[in-house]
Design a protein around this ligand. Sequence first.
Ligand code: ADP
Ligand code: MG
Ligand code: MG
Length: 893
Amino acid sequence: MAHKYVYTFGAGKAEGNKDMKLLLGGKGANLAEMSNLGIPVPPGFTISTEVCHIYDENKGQFPKEVEEQVLAGVHHIEEIMGAKFGDAENPLLVSVRSGAPASMPGMMDTVLNLGLNDETVLGIIKKSNNERFGWDSYRRFVQMYGDVVMGLKPESKEEEDPFEVIIEKVKKEKGVELDTELDAEDLKRLVKLFKEEIKKRTGKDFPTDPWDQLWGAIRAVFGSWNNPRAITYRKLNNIPSNWGTAVNVQAMVFGNMGDDCATGVAFTRDPATGEKIFYGEYLVNAQGEDVVAGIRTPQPLNKTTKTDPDQTTLEEIMPEAYKQLEEIRDKLEAHYKDMQDIEFTIQNGRLWMLQTRAGKRTAEAAVRIAVDMVEEGLIDKETAVMRVEPEQLDQLLHPTFDPKAEKKVIAKGLPASPGAATGRIVFHADDAEEWAEKGEKVILVRIETSPEDIGGMNVAQGILTARGGMTSHAAVVARGMGKCCVAGCSALEIDYKKKTMTVDGAVYKEGDWISLDGSKGEVIEGKVPTVEPKLSGNFGKLMSWADEIRKLKIRTNADTPHDSEVARNFGAEGIGLCRTEHMFFEGDRIKAVREMILAEDEAGRRKALEKLLPYQRDDFYGIFKVMHDLPVTVRTLDPPLHEFLPHDEASQKEMAEEMGISVEEVKAKVEALAEFNPMLGHRGCRLGITYPEITEMQARAIIEAACQLTKEGIKVFPEIMIPLIGTKAELEHQKKVVVETAEKVMEEMGVKVDYLVGTMIEIPRAALTADRVAEAADFFSFGTNDLTQMTFGYSRDDAGKFLKEYEEKGILPDDPFQTLDQEGVGQLVEMGVKKGRSTRPDLKVGICGEHGGDPRSIDFCHRVGLDYVSCSPYRVPIARLAAAQAELRNRKK
Ligand code: ADP
Ligand code: MG
Ligand code: MG
């Protein structure tokens, strides 16, 4: 039997189902599933993603089987619809729709009303008894086909859509404003003008044979898999480029046949808040993307979601169809057990479903929907925990505008995606990218956005549009990105050429600061201060479920009592890395540090260190107190000493004055400490070995603080960590200093505290000899920043110059400083854990590099059996959720 490339659906059954997304794409698989569920779906067929690869390899030639199966697919539609493709009397019209395995909103273009030509249009007019509808459908078809298949779509932002220019011209000649004011004759003229324009620009005639039209469209969809927009989107969303897209060919149903017709999009729950209300928008007498294109203002579906008494809801004007839509909503949720994003069309009062998929949602909505669905008995806690993207929680954890701050609200739009953003106005996506590259915070301001703008939207703090509803491109994409967005702010007059935005006579230029409140839809002049977020009860519930599931402990990297407290409130179970060098810079201390560095001998250094001791002790006292009952890992001094000296002339002068020495002396010291490669220089334990008195002072400060708190009845668990060792002997040397000092302090203070001495594993040699190192260590903490640096041989501070290009050229899949390189660096981690535990089975092992807060790296840490990950305070909840997901993901296998 020939290989099956084409899968049909319609009339209550289908050859595919929802689990065939890789083969049929998300759209095709779900159209099949809905057919199987008995939901009204216009009949059609899906050409599988396998054909996308064949198309790619054969440059647009299809094997004979594909041609035959497409032909059979069209017959299948003809039979159900009782119409014939290309027939002059009773023509069948179809849409050609792309659909990849992962949702790629707006990435690839759909062609509607395919099958129309000068003959069939007459058949359609006769059948519908509606001349205007016939010509409107035809002009839409020529326009879409011209754009998508024949390549007339504008390439640059300044260029206008040639078809829109023609429409404007015809409207102006007629003296009307709206598309709806054009009559059949006008539309007929448009068809003619459009075709002439196509001929003029491409030298080709518009195809009149419906079969040529169909194959042209199929080719265009397969070809669009590799257009730059699709490639950008895939890169941003980690979608493999070898998946390919499927093509759906489906009988047309018409929402533009008259006032008993409509088209719309909806979410089965509110995608912004997660509330269980049916949320959507529709337009009467409209087709396809009219709702999201922002040409007319769509209306709300029902009375519950009405925001203005003048709005006309579907519930009120088409109660029958609305009721049926609500039933389908319930059916879909009960079946998919998740919030769905649906597209529908009503033709002469009859409802048709055109798409369903899991709806994109804000973090707030994701958490609420997951928790609500558990409480409704739809899903279990494990499923709920898997439903929320850990990275997405970031949106909930970051500050919002201070409600008490003075705000000058200059305009209001739709609260399309929540959050608070402050930045400088830019009007073009590429400008946004350019400015962001330079470190500027920008707000992307557009009349409306399109898929071309993805790159700019991604780097902007927030997005503001003048047109479009809650389901416009800007709104959907922003919510997916977790980015603040205010949409449809019609008070804005945007001039792309002059780069200005005018509101009520006030002019805002490119570069001016504005702020957006995506939860309220407010556009605010200037910068607005922000406040810490408050977390909902739902968030707490979801987190508690994650905590029940996860095996990894979550610690935080914190150097101050304040950060420690933030992290503790976010659920941190200890400090995995407390850097002591930051404490050396504060206030007067830097003076004592410099004194130590300038000292000629040990006696001089000890004198200076004596001054530092009380400061350090107070620091540790504060942190230990906040972290009572939990472990705190303190790392001894790590950076090279030159970092504590000024390098510019003016500051050197200042330092000389302050210390009562000559500038020459300062300069001489700076020079003496200069290194060719400080990252590999005199730092880490190497400092403590040449100047044991530094380690001694730090150990004393730690243990004194711990003893003091123990006396006060507060439980503390200090863990002293030696950085940058490459040999066991280095660790042993430093450990001896620490232990001797600790014993002395405890004797002096007359109390005992439990403390540990361990080490960072961040030099490849330490990982390679971890069995020996472990003999001297109570714990290991993988410093994966340095470990990555040294394993790759990349200087982290210089890698920015080439890493981006490496990613773009596919030489590295990710930035290895953000996501742990499991293949290489990961081997050292895995080996370090195994070898370490081979000589010390109870060895505690954690990670404290940036990777400790990265969900994919956390999954790896779980698999290699780490005890904990440590990350920045704001990432603690993300890590808690990611750790639970790692457990569930790996439990299943
Ligand atoms: P996207 O992937 O960008 O969402 P779709 O393939 O879903 O594109 O098509 C966009 C819109 O075109 C749909 O939401 C629907 O309104 C309209 N459409 C597509 N196919 C049909 C059809 N067979 N009949 C009526 N409308 C259709
Ligand atoms: Mg769609
Ligand atoms: Mg390090």
